[in-house]
Design a protein around this ligand. Sequence first.
Ligand SMILES: *Cc1c(COP(=O)(O)O)cnc(C)c1O
Length: 392
Amino acid sequence: MTNKWIDEAEQSLLHTYNRYPIVLERGEGVYLYDTEGKKYLDFAAGIAVCGLGYGHKEYTEALKNQVDTLLHTSNLYYSKPAAEAAEKLTRAAQMDRVFFTNSGTEAIEGALKAARKYAFTEGFGRYEFIAMEHSFHGRTMGAVAVTGNEAYRTPFEPLIGGVKFARYNDLDSVKEQMNEHTCAVIMETLQGEGGIYPIDPAFLQGVRKLCDENHVLLILDEIQCGMGRTGTMFAWQDYGVKPDIMAMAKAIGGGVPVGAFAMTEKVAEKSLAPGDHGTTYGGNPFVCAAVSAVLDIFEKEKICDHVKKVGAYLEAQLDALAERKESVEMRRGKGLMQGLVLNVPVGEVVVKAQKEGLLVITAGGNVLRMVPPLIITEEHVDEMIEKLEKVL
Ligand SMILES: *Cc1c(COP(=O)(O)O)cnc(C)c1O
């Protein structure tokens, strides 16, 4: 059966992924099961998406209710789930206004358009973006243009113009790229795909100050590191600075495809207005019921506090593993977004881990990435370490 699905998929799907030969069928808590009945401890969470794991009762009930009530309306009308989700999300994100998208990359497109429109309204001839090396912001043309990985950009050029790159955690390199044409700096608060690079708090505060002094907006991409993953609702909330615009996706819908970009009132006043931006699906009742349920559960179950605790435990266990194993150079990360820098081929480690019943993913060239469901416990961490110990 397993091979049948794989053969069928390979005949019809565009070959944009080299997939692992596993057909996942169902999930329960923090475990996934394939079509052969093999059980996997999931430290990937569908790439940092399934924050509440699989089959969370309150979450799935909310989805089922909404399916029975109303799925889609378009944005020509109001809906109760959208109103509720927007109120809860802006409160959690300490932002004033939000626009719902269908993915992370669309949230980035929206953030870039919002910054360009703000600069256009201001009328000082600002249009340039400063983005970071090793960054990842998505696969549509605008998001690719600000992604700091040439292999992702080159085949699709010309991309949107006016993008410059600086080095992450190097304030001088940002200063060097900034001029009277700069409209915004865009970066991840903790770099994910590029290799799990945490931000230096002084760098983030320095960039914020530089932006303020030069009338430049700060866009933070919290698509992967947001929604509790680092122990605060959004990663920037731990550093005493605030972005002007932020992008969210991945875990905000708990598995339902939804993203968002949000901004302060100051930006919103001079930014996207009726006619400037839109989406047919974006923020429909179904996905907004998901966002709403996720935010309720975060509050009720104190997910951020839990992540702080279990994240500290994970860090300690990974540090100890790095001490014991010569193949591990170091650990990098924060909370439940962790990377092990390996000096052995990371792809092989991922496959061997799968055989042991553990799902982990990669980042950058040589980093083993762990972004488990946020509900994992210390016992799950121990189980993961036991499996990884064997593999390494
Ligand atoms: C995943 C990701 C994106 C793109 O999100 P998609 O939903 O895949 O379009 C953008 N930025 C960061 C930091 C991400 O991790």
